[in-house]
Ligand binder design. Structure first.
Ligand code: UDP
Ligand code: MG
Length: 137
């Protein structure tokens, strides 16, 4: 069993995609073991995306991520890190496979609806950023 962090980003919440994204997780036997609505401050968004602090898109990305509420979830299942990344599709929605969340709903390389951890060590950091052990089922 693995766990991963999923975020429905501010654009996804604004577009009314909370139910749609969760429906896809449920349809793929992914269990949600933690969930909450969070509006990050700019500082919290910078901390979350600190691995990207030297990238040219960092300022814009952290402005966007702190611009409105996000749904943060901990997903659990076998190979759920990879499974979630497959459901999300490529970072750039133009390169994302048909039927993925980003191909279906993203409008921009930055505003790409969802976040998902990409490896066990990033999942552990990202889950711990938003949840304490006691918050998870
Ligand atoms: N991003 C961006 N421009 C880029 C690459 C990434 O605005 O050229 C944003 C986008 O929102 C992406 C996030 O930064 O989801 C984190 O980038 P990463 O490469 O980790 O992509 P992800 O893991 O989200 O697919
Ligand atoms: Mg990433």
């Amino acid at each position: 069993m693995e766990r991963t962090l999923s975020i429905i980003k501010p654009d996804g919440v604004k577009k009314g995609l909370i139910g749609e994204v969760i429906k896809r997780f449920e349809a793929n036997n992914i269990k949600i073991v933690g969930m909450k609505l969070v509006k990050m401050t700019k500082k919290e968004a910078k901390g979350f995306y600190s691995v990207h602090s030297k990238r040219p898109f960092f300022e814009s990305l952290t402005d966007f991520m702190s611009s409105g509420p996000c749904v943060v979830m901990v997903l659990e299942g076998e190979k759920v890190i990879e499974k979630n990344r497959k459901l999300m599709g490529a970072t750039n929605y133009k390169e994302a496979k048909e039927g993925t969340i980003r191909a279906d709903f993203a409008t921009d390389i930055e505003k790409n609806v969802v976040h998902g951890s990409d490896a066990p060590h990033t999942a552990a950091f990202e889950i711990g950023y938003f949840f304490q052990g006691i918050d998870l089922l």
